[in-house]
Design a protein around this ligand. Structure first.
Ligand SMILES: Nc1ncnc2c1ncn2[C@@H]1O[C@H](COP(=O)(O)OP(=O)(O)OP(=O)(O)O)[C@@H](O)[C@H]1O
Ligand SMILES: Nc1nc(=O)c2ncn([C@H]3C[C@H](O)[C@@H](CO)O3)c2[nH]1
Length: 296
């Protein structure tokens, strides 16, 4: 595809305006902070139909595949898109403050549940999944910002992972690895189903973006990122998570328990390509995402 055609295509769906007023798609993420993006009608508009319903989409993918990086790209590309980050820092800093010291002064302990889970998965996986799922639920229940509610385009709330990957990727994987025992797995599934059914439409998604890359590439990025809790993560673990993603989102062989989830459209993107230094690749990604959102 020629550069001109790409430019024309992207300009049709989403006009990016620089500070100078020039439409300048190619430099979009080179320096996103400098951009003022205007694409109120970048998605099939509902301006004439009254307030738009906010669509909800999750970004799924293996550890270190690039979800946060991709999410930042989306956030800078269109004001109608609101990205909700995975609450990792909450899992790393759990404050418990009930114990009293000798002098009766209240004491606060901070624990890192992410680290505890990686260091002793048999002991902590169930606890981790209860907390990760609860924090994802809280994120998915947050109302959209006013900016999205008053949008004349098609506003989209984008979540980094979801209550569904919590169950069908991670908790399932931990069960299969024997880090969650059969009783814990039954209990987890029971409350997970109850919560998702009770919250109904509030936690439903309209679409999923699957960032796909070979586990070896994710391992490379994980090592490069150097998050201390992940020091002991082996390629074998990423391979298992890759298989879980493939079964759920590509082969569709994972047993699902929610009707809407069985029909959900999935946009698959090749995340093994380097887009941070390549504006053409970024443009292609944004175009695909824009078209995907407009079709939901
Ligand atoms: N397309 C890319 N090309 C090259 N490097 C990338 C790309 N995307 C992300 N990275 C790098 O890979 C590392 C992991 O990226 P990131 O933190 O976005 O992953 P993630 O999927 O959000 O991770 P997690 O599963 O832990 O939430 C970072 O160092 C990031 O700079
Ligand atoms: N066991 C387990 N269950 C989850 O639901 C889950 N979600 C994320 N993670 C790990 C992956 C990254 O190291 C880090 C940030 O994504 O947290 C999880 N680990």
């Amino acid at each position: 595809m020629s550069a001109f055609y790409r430019f024309a295509l992207l300009s049709r769906v989403c006009n990016f305006k620089t500070e100078t007023g020039l439409i300048h798609v190619g430099s979009m993420a080179v320096n996103p902070g400098r951009l003022s993006l205007t694409c109120r009608r970048c998605l099939s508009g509902s301006a004439v139909d009254g307030p738009a319903r906010v669509k909800r989409v999750s970004i799924e993918g293996n550890i270190a595949v690039g979800k946060s990086t991709f999410a930042r790209l989306l956030q800078s590309a269109c004001p109608d898109w609101e990205v909700m980050a995975e609450p990792v820092s909450k899992w790393q800093n759990i404050e418990s403050g009930t114990k009293k010291g000798k002098d009766d002064a209240p004491q606060t302990t901070v624990s890192n549940l992410l680290q505890m889970m990686y260091q002793d998965p048999k002991r902590w996986s169930y606890t981790f999944q209860t907390y990760s799922c609860m924090s994802r639920l809280r994120t998915q229940l947050q109302p959209p910002p006013a900016r999205l509610l008053s949008s004349e385009g098609t506003p989209v709330q984008v979540y980094e992972r979801s209550v569904y990957s919590d169950r069908y990727i991670f908790a399932l994987n931990m069960f299969e690895l024997d880090c969650i025992n059969p009783t814990e797995w039954t209990v987890y599934q029971d409350w997970h189903s109850l919560l998702v059914e009770q919250f109904g439409h509030q936690v439903e998604l309209e679409g999923i973006i699957y960032l796909r890359a070979p586990p070896e590439k994710c391992m490379e990025r994980l090592v490069h990122r150097g998050r201390s809790e992940e020091e002991g993560v082996k390629l074998d673990y990423l391979e298992k998570l890759h298989v879980q993603h493939e079964k759920w989102l590509v082969e569709k062989s994972t047993e699902l328990h929610f009707e809407k989830l069985k029909q959900i459209p999935v946009l698959q993107l090749d995340a093994s390509v380097e887009f941070q230094s390549d504006p053409d690749v970024r443009e292609q990604f944004i175009t695909k995402v824009t078209n995907f959102f407009s079709a939901l």
